[in-house]
Design a protein around this ligand. Structure first.
Ligand SMILES: Cc1cc2nc3c(=O)[nH]c(=O)nc-3n(C[C@H](O)[C@H](O)[C@H](O)COP(=O)(O)OP(=O)(O)OC[C@H]3O[C@@H](n4cnc5c(N)ncnc54)[C@H](O)[C@@H]3O)c2cc1C
Length: 464
């Protein structure tokens, strides 16, 4: 892949094509014609993933292609580099990229926007990294769906009551929106499947939702978190609050309250950590790179970090008196930060003062499967069908293209009419299914070695 740029045209590299990176690149494209800047987008995938709808992919409500919005449809003159950025040498203004072929490349930049998002946060819990399943990538969602359907089929064919129960017992750890939605959507799948599969009885199905906190989705407030809990409890979900995981094996999960669950399914959504890419680049707050309200990395002109990987000050909350508040890792903030970061790159190029990011949270929407949801749009608490209308309306409006909106609407309609086909595609059954394996967190070299690696690489073929 070669691409030349006219002399004097600055290069902007954006790392990550998620909510933050994509919004940034689209704004840059609109405001900077190709003769004013060369824009490079580094991401190993060819689509921007709409993560909030992953639980609906896992539960078969949506097709994978509906939530993976192709970058080729969204971008015009940005040059895409299909690979992962594994390190940044700030003094040399160069990033180290491993392309999807495995080849290494060093890319020089004039301006850098870091938006690689977050990865699943794990702890030193025996067996967790090997046996738990995550919900951060499309492969994980598809693999979880396959796994759950396989468990039901195996349970239906099992000879012993013990095996039937073990395979029909499911544990989700993490009572935030990712864990709660995953639990609720998959509960819908398993309940419907149990009615249809001979050899299974609905009363065999058991879902447990565990979290170290003493309430569900505290960000929704006391009332709505409680409503969500009651809705799920009525459908049979067991709650283990104030509890986490002590050890995981293939067939059992030991909990910190001393109990053990015989299960083959432990879904781990208990928190996120910033991408390993930002390690060593500056001060961090709970692992997220500390940046100013203008998203600039302190001390490095022209370098910005945003989205889940960065601790961007939440000026709206700070002005309401919450000292030191930083924006929570949500799509809502990431998308809006992307636009401001693009403006700030352009201001830096023109030597103008930078904008500060200020956004008042618009509230949360949480899909609880089927017609159920809880939502707090603009501070108004909703539950049941009105909340589901608000939830679906919010997602449709937030999707980045009309095509993707139409696909999602079509999937909702066909699933509503025809239900789930319970099709297993054996996605990723041939790969080691560890958390690190799916999220490539084991590929990042030690930050101390980045300069040495970059020095050893051939010069960038895109330079004239
Ligand atoms: C299951 C689930 C449900 C959620 N529900 C909601 C919700 O309802 N509402 C809400 O506001 N938020 C929700 N979130 C959180 C929201 O999705 C994130 O806060 C948001 O995606 C963060 O945006 P980002 O751009 O920082 O990162 P991402 O959107 O994660 O994008 C990161 C991008 O960087 C790429 N990348 C990663 N590492 C590298 C690298 N080294 N080099 C190059 N590219 C890289 C990735 O491929 C990806 O394209 C949910 C998250 C999950 C997992």
């Amino acid at each position: 892949m070669t691409q030349t740029r006219a002399a004097g045209v600055p290069r902007i590299i954006v790392v990550g094509a998620g909510f933050a990176g994509l919004a940034c690149v689209r704004r840059l494209e609109r405001r900077l014609p190709p003769d004013k800047a060369q824009i490079l987008l580094v991401d190993p995938t060819s689509a921007s993933l709409y993560l909030p709808l992953l639980p609906q992919v896992a539960s078969g409500v949506l097709a994978a292609s509906s939530v993976a919005v192709p970058l080729a449809r969204l971008l015009r003159h940005t040059l895409r580099v299909p690979g992962g950025a594994l390190g940044v040498d700030l003094p040399a203004k160069t990033i180290y990229v491993k392309k999807i072929t495995g080849e290494d490349e060093a890319l020089r930049y004039d301006y850098l926007v870091l938006a690689p998002g977050s990865v699943t946060r794990t702890f030193e819990i025996p067996g967790l990294a090997e046996h738990a399943r995550g919900m951060k990538t499309l492969k994980q969602a598809l693999n979880l769906r396959d796994h759950v359907i396989a468990q039901l089929e195996l349970a239906a064919a099992a000879n012993t009551e013990e095996e039937k129960r073990r395979r029909c017992t499911f544990l989700v750890v993490g009572g935030g929106y990712a864990g709660t939605e995953t639990c609720a959507c998959l509960l819908e799948l398993t309940t419907n499947a149990a009615r249809r599969l001979p050899g299974l009885a609905p009363e065999l199905i058991s879902w447990t939702l565990a979290d170290l906190a003493d309430k569900l989705m505290p960000e929704l407030g006391e009332d709505l978190g409680g409503v969500a809990m009651r809705m799920l409890a009525r459908r049979g979900v067991n709650f283990k609050l104030g509890t986490s995981v002590a050890a995981v094996t293939d067939t059992e999960v030991k909990l910190t309250d001393g109990t053990a669950l015989a299960t083959e399914t432990c879904v781990w959504t208990a928190g996120v950590a910033a991408s390993p890419l930002v390690r060593g680049l500056g001060e961090t707050s709970r692992g997220r790179l500390v940046v100013g309200a203008d998203m600039r990395l302190p001390g490095w002109e022209g370098v910005f970090a945003l989205g889940d990987c960065a601790a961007v000050p939440d000026l709206a909350k700070q002005r309401d008196g919450v000292e030191g508040a930083v924006c929570p890792p949500t799509a809502q903030h990431a998308m809006r930060q992307g636009k401001v970061a693009a403006d700030n790159v352009i201001c830096t190029m023109g030597g103008r003062p930078l904008r500060e990011y200020y956004h008042k949270d618009l509230g949360l929407v949480v899909d609880l499967g089927g017609p159920r949801a809880v939502a707090k749009p603009l501070g108004i608490p909703l539950s049941g069908v009105p909340a589901q209308i608000a939830t679906r309306g919010y997602h449709i409006m937030a999707m980045p293209s009309i095509r993707s909106r139409l696909r999602v609407l079509g999937n909702w309609a066909s699933h509503g009419v025809a239900g789930d086909d319970l099709l297993r595609v054996d996605m990723g059954m041939d790969r080691p299914r560890t958390l690190a394996g799916y999220e490539f967190t084991d590929m990042y070299p030690d930050p101390e070695h980045i300069s040495g690696i970059i020095e050893g690489l051939e010069s960038d073929s895109r330079e004239q």
